[in-house]
Design a protein around this ligand. Structure first.
Ligand code: ZN
Length: 239
């Protein structure tokens, strides 16, 4: 681990801290967006700067500096669409369910069922900005904003709005939490191109409590991410 990585880790921690240490609702939202933009340009600047430093000989993609692109809808980092507390999507971005992700999901569910696992055909996939706005505000009303932010994305910052994320349910309609099914997902979701996006021990980085039911379609690279033991932010060096 070189100096640059340490620097980034430190930067990431500071930003997380600032985000968690809230202020008044509207101000905080504004602050959030400002931070996102600031963070974005800082990373760009850092990227430029570090291009001139000695290249590491490592052949792992994760050792390279992140390449951050935005097409006006989504931010792609090293070729992976990223939506988190820093990188959002526009309110009018509504791609619906991604067909490749959806096909992979149906195969995963079918295979879980054939193994006798307790998994429902029913799931929560694509969510519009408006749906997420309703959901988030209902949680804020029930739990307060600070707590809501630990388990619910703000509108425009939900992976579900990309059509690449799914919440899986047990046959009783509850979100997947049972150890057997949760462990199966940790062990096998990557074979279908998915990662379990919010895991225990990564709360301080992702900003969310562990969600064993929430899987995110990545594609082939899901296996590298899983094997790295890193959450997506760490894997892409954007933590
Ligand atoms: Zn989810």
């Amino acid at each position: 681990m070189g100096m640059n990585r340490k620097k980034r880790l430190l930067l990431g921690s500071c930003v997380c801290f600032v985000l968690v240490a809230g202020c008044a609702a509207n101000e905080q939202e504004l602050h959030y967006r400002e931070l996102s933009e600031q963070e974005f340009s800082e990373k760009d600047a850092q990227h430029e700067e570090e291009n001139h430093t000695t290249e590491e000989s490592g052949n792992e993609k994760s050792n390279q500096q992140p390449v951050i692109e935005n097409d006006g809808n989504t931010t792609t980092i090293n070729g992976i669409v990223v939506v988190n507390k820093k990188y959002g999507v526009p309110a009018d971005y509504a791609p619906g369910e991604d067909p490749t992700a959806s096909a992979a999901l149906h195969q995963l569910i079918a295979d879980m069922q054939s193994l006798g696992l307790d998994i429902s055909q029913d799931y929560s996939g694509f969510r519009s900005y408006e749906t997420q706005a309703d959901l988030y505000s209902s949680y804020v009303n029930a739990y307060g904003q600070e707590q809501a932010d630990t388990f619910s994305a703000r509108p425009g910052y939900s992976e579900h709005q990309t059509g690449l994320a799914y919440d899986l349910k047990h046959t009783n309609g509850m979100l997947v939490e049972n150890e057997t099914e949760a462990q199966w997902l940790l062990d096998h979701a990557d074979e279908y191109g998915f990662i379990v996006r919010y895991q225990e021990g990564k709360e301080a980085i992702t900003g969310y409590v562990a969600e064993p039911w929430h899987i995110r379609y990545i594609g082939e690279e899901a296996t590298d991410i899983k094997n790295s033991g890193l959450c997506l932010e760490e894997y892409l060096h954007i933590e």
